[in-house]
Design a protein around this ligand. Structure first.
Ligand SMILES: C[S@@+](CC[C@H](N)C(=O)[O-])C[C@H]1O[C@@H](n2cnc3c(N)ncnc32)[C@H](O)[C@@H]1O
Length: 370
């Protein structure tokens, strides 16, 4: 069985949770502030909200959002769902305090599967961020896709998703495919979450890391195709030598959204690496190298990437092309390296653009006149 979020889970924020919460703390305020600038409102749905706060007072996902909404100027509509009675009671008592101070927050006890459609409909016309953080298998694929493709989805209003996609659940349930005692009911549960039984073939020869990876890749590709989104998967491990326990899967239609998410991911990974060092426990992510090493390795590649874009375009804004600019370094180094790359190219006489001033995402790079 997948390990649930029982009492021990809520004692303090374990290291794998730190990355998730650092990303939420940095990215959600940015997304909500950016998207609500049009009519002052944006909606956040936390489908597996948990208790809101750990016993030591540290905020979980719902707590972070309530704290942000209390401080912020815009009107943020927070909709939280929690199935477990004890967790719900903790969450509700925190939410009541924030609501009394003016935060537009409502939490409901129940299965998010029964609530998601209506809640997404209520967000019609407004920017929406969907956070899905189950302990094991999550929402049916079709429900996730419908939420992302809600009416009028496209340029406006934007819809984004961050979900916890469990490698452990795939590994465990995948074992049922070739086992004589495998449970068809369990297999069907994963079919529903993955949008069909396409994944089963990867486990016909038994469980392997390759099978799990193929299913994670297949899911991401299917989600991207069904929603017309760019989708990123950030594997989270307990230690570098461990297999990932889950991926944080992020989906957006906005290149700028992706740009910010990648920059924030790099910063958050560095925070986690430092937190691990402080505990004398070496980092547990794929990116275990100090940030300086990652940046030194990325700089020449990003310079090359920029020059390749300039072969096709006479000028461009870097924030419009996060994938082409960062290339394989996306999510491992922050945007400041892009500025550094432009400055370096300027010094070499390969662009008249200086890389000076303004926000990095808005930097324009121009091809030199021949
Ligand atoms: C990993 S914890 C959530 C942690 C929280 N998102 C955070 O970051 O602080 C998952 C939570 O989802 C709840 N849960 C599990 N299945 C659910 C369902 N079908 N609907 C709503 N909540 C559910 C569990 O009780 C648990 O509190």
């Amino acid at each position: 069985m997948a390990v649930g979020a029982g009492d021990n889970y809520w004692r303090d924020n374990r290291l794998p949770g730190i990355l998730k919460h650092r990303i939420i703390r940095r990215y959600l305020p940015l997304y909500l502030a950016r998207t609500s600038s049009k009519d002052g409102r944006a909606v956040y749905i936390d489908g597996y909200a948990g208790r809101g706060f750990y016993e030591n007072g540290e905020a979980g996902s719902a707590g972070l959002l309530m704290e942000f909404a209390l401080e912020a100027q815009g009107e943020y509509i927070l909709r939280l769902f929690e199935k477990d009675k004890t967790n719900y009671e903790h969450l509700n008592s925190a939410a009541e305090k924030f609501a009394a101070e003016g935060v537009n927050v409502k939490c409901e006890r129940g299965d998010v599967v029964d609530k998601i459609e209506n809640t997404v409909t209520e967000a019609d016309g407004l920017p929406l961020f969907l956070f899905l953080d189950p302990c094991g298998v999550g929402l049916p694929f079709e429900m996730v896709v419908n939420a992302m493709n809600r009416p009028a989805a496209g340029e406006w209003p934007p819809t984004e998703l961050l979900m916890n996609f469990s490698w452990e659940a795939i590994r465990r349930i995948g074992g049922h495919v070739s086992s004589p005692r495998g449970s068809e009911k369990t297999l069907e549960r994963l079919d529903t979450a993955l949008g069909g039984d396409w994944w089963r073939e990867h486990f016909l020869a038994g469980t392997s890391d390759e099978a799990v990876e193929a299913v994670v890749d297949g899911f991401i590709n299917r989600l991207g195709a069904a929603t017309n989104c760019s989708v990123a998967s950030l594997p989270v491990r307990r230690k570098p030598s461990h297999k990932p326990i889950y991926s944080l899967v992020y989906a957006t239609r906005s290149p700028r959204g992706f740009w910010h998410f990648a920059d924030i991911t790099a910063k958050s990974l560095e925070d986690v690496r430092i937190a691990h060092e402080a505990l004398a426990e070496p980092g547990f992510f794929s990116i275990a190298t100090p940030q300086q090493d990652a940046e030194n390795a990325a700089l020449p590649d990003i310079e090359k990437n920029i020059l390749s874009i300039l072969e096709k375009r006479s000028e461009f804004i870097v924030g419009d092309f996060p994938f082409l600019v960062f290339g394989e370094h996306i999510g491992t180094v922050g945007e400041k390296i892009v500025r550094k790359a432009i400055k370096s190219l300027h010094r070499q006489g390969r662009t008249p653009s200086t890389g000076v001033g303004g926000k990095t995402e808005n930097l324009k790079v121009v091809r030199p006149k021949r």
